[in-house]
Design a protein around this ligand. Structure first.
Ligand code: CO8
Length: 262
């Protein structure tokens, strides 16, 4: 599929997706979701990809939300379909077997913040701005924000952000747990790629097990989560990367993980 609204490229074992509608601050249309979904399929089939970075083209935005002009044309049922299409895709991104980092280089609003929250973690530039401003349009978040945001920041803070529709800066977003790290604009990309490459060099089965245990374990009770963890630990033990990691430690050398699933 040829892409118009995203750019999909690879740097070594890191897949990079850039949202590419800078004139509309990379706002999300149905076509953006279709192209992103196609890129997700391609990444899942490409065993050489071991980590992914999502970012926005241009200097102003990661993604400033769903495209408001597009929303305005939809019927209520169309809005429901668009919402479920976005939600399903964001669940897929959250459940990918490899890590996904959101590199937020400006506005991450509405659907843009919801997309970033479906990634494993968020790095942001000092000038980034975050918010769920849907209330100012007479509506509510529709790509999972009412559910994921409280899991990041707690119920009261999520309610305040969604009820006021106000924007917060990168440092405040870090203080309340949305963002892991904040960098000067000119350093953000390099630092994000450094982390992505470092993670991409780890064992793939272990990364998949980690993601499953943390995401799925978060929504079950502690004991069930720990059961998941012991099974995932056993699966890691069957992977070539476990033999390599343990063998390298015992032989006092650096491990070279091959990233094979079996
Ligand atoms: N949709 C469409 N176009 C947008 C969007 C958007 N979300 N955001 C910005 N743009 C466009 C502007 O219209 C403008 O276009 P043009 O130059 O043609 O007039 C261009 O981008 C630049 O924007 P501004 O001139 O407004 O730039 P400023 O720096 O002055 O302001 C802001 C930047 C503060 C980001 C401002 O553009 C803004 O408030 N944008 C809207 C943000 C917003 O409300 N986002 C939430 C959208 S709703 C949503 O995400 C719901 C998701 C779930 C949907 C579920 C399906 C039902």
């Amino acid at each position: 599929m040829a892409y118009e609204d995203i750019i999909f490229e690879k740097e070594g074992s890191v897949g990079i997706i850039r949202f590419n509608r800078p004139k509309a601050l990379n706002a999300i249309t149905e076509n953006v979701l279709d192209e992103l979904s196609d890129a997700v399929n391609a990444m899942e089939e490409d065993e050489s990809i071991r980590a992914v970075v999502l970012t926005g083209e241009g200097e102003k935005a990661f993604v400033a939300g769903a495209d408001i002009g597009y929303l305005a044309k939809l019927t209520p049922l169309g809005l429901r379909e668009f919402s479920s299409k976005g939600q399903d895709l964001f669940f897929r991104i959250e459940g990918l077997s490899f890590p996904v980092i959101a590199c937020v280089n400006g506005f991450a609003l509405g659907g843009g913040l919801e997309l970033a929250m479906s990634c494993d973690f968020i790095y942001a530039s000092e000038n980034a701005k975050f918010g769920q401003p849907e209330i100012n349009l007479g509506t509510i978040p529709g790509f999972g924000g009412t559910q994921r945001l409280p899991r990041f920041v707690g119920k009261a803070m999520a309610k305040e952000l969604c009820m006021t529709g106000g924007l917060i800066g990168a440092n405040e977003a870090k203080e309340i747990g949305i963002v892991n790290k904040v960098y000067p604009v000119e350093e953000l990309w390099e630092e994000t790629m450094k982390t992505a490459k470092s993670i991409a060099s780890k064992g793939r089965v272990a990364l998949k097990g980690l993601k499953d245990c943390i995401h799925r374990g978060y929504d079950v009770d502690l004991r069930d989560g720990c059961y998941m963890e012991r099974d995932a630990f056993a699966v890691c033990g069957s992977s070539p990367d476990f033999n390599e990691g343990v063998g390298a430690f015992l032989e006092k050398r650096k491990p070279e993980f091959k990233g094979r699933l079996s």
